[in-house]
Design a protein. Structure first.
Length: 225
């Protein structure tokens, strides 16, 4: 018997449950298939404009910066403007996300676009979020070739694009939408929840930005319908 089987056996005995308890197996299967929602605060359940305003407010409180563009056609200029304002190199790393690819990057002649996973040598990375969470100003980032996880954490400056229609009230709605979009067999290996730039106060309770990831988080909200 493996250590795992021994531990699970003790748990079953303490619950007076057998390994082949059909009733318990049925209850577990029902819960996994039904995805019951817990109690969800109403804080983020607002009309669209107010929900986006709350998301922006919470993101700024967490030391992120936020910009709006009318459509993906304006995205290259928004990225270039951020880099200029921060006196950063005119180069970014991004994955193969089709929404990012649809932007007219070629129009920014001085901006270098590097594709694929980051090797840690990139100053700035661009990702597209699966969703934003109005309640906390959090971004939900799914892993994969479209948006490599290395781009989320290795560059010191992270630019995250999110569609206004994907700014959702709460985390529970994010999971609901992710299951609807990806099903039970196509889920990403990782979902990273990012609220503001990386920080730590472990050393003498002094806040240090960039402790475990980017020093700066810039969010670009695409407002198009």
């Amino acid at each position: 018997m493996s250590a795992r089987d021994a531990i699970l056996g003790k748990v079953r005995r303490s619950l007076a449950a057998g390994a082949e308890d059909a009733q318990r197996r049925s209850a577990v299967a029902a819960r996994l298939s039904d995805h019951p929602r817990g109690v969800v605060p109403k804080r983020g359940h607002l009309p669209k404009d107010e929900r986006i305003a709350l998301f922006e407010e919470q993101a700024v409180k967490a030391n992120a910066t936020v910009a709006h563009v009318a459509g993906y056609g304006d995205l290259p200029e928004a990225v270039s403007s951020f880099l200029r304002d921060k006196n950063l190199p005119a180069a970014v790393r991004m994955g193969a996300d089709p929404r990012l690819a649809s932007a007219p990057w070629a129009g920014q002649k001085t901006l270098e676009i590097h594709h694929g996973a980051s090797d840690g040598e990139d100053a700035s990375g661009v990702s597209h979020a699966f969703a934003g969470i109005a309640e906390t100003g959090t971004l939900a980032l799914t892993s994969g070739q479209d948006n490599p996880t290395t781009v989320n954490f290795l560059p010191e400056n992270h630019i995250v694009v999110v569609a206004a229609s994907d700014v959702l009230p709460d985390l529970e709605t994010v999971w609901q939408n992710l299951r609807a979009a990806r099903g039970t067999t196509g889920m990403p290996r990782t979902v990273n929840l990012v609220t503001g730039p990386s920080r730590s106060g472990d050393i003498e309770q002094v806040l240090l930005l960039g402790a475990h990831g980017p020093r700066a988080l810039h969010i670009v909200i695409v407002d198009e319908a």
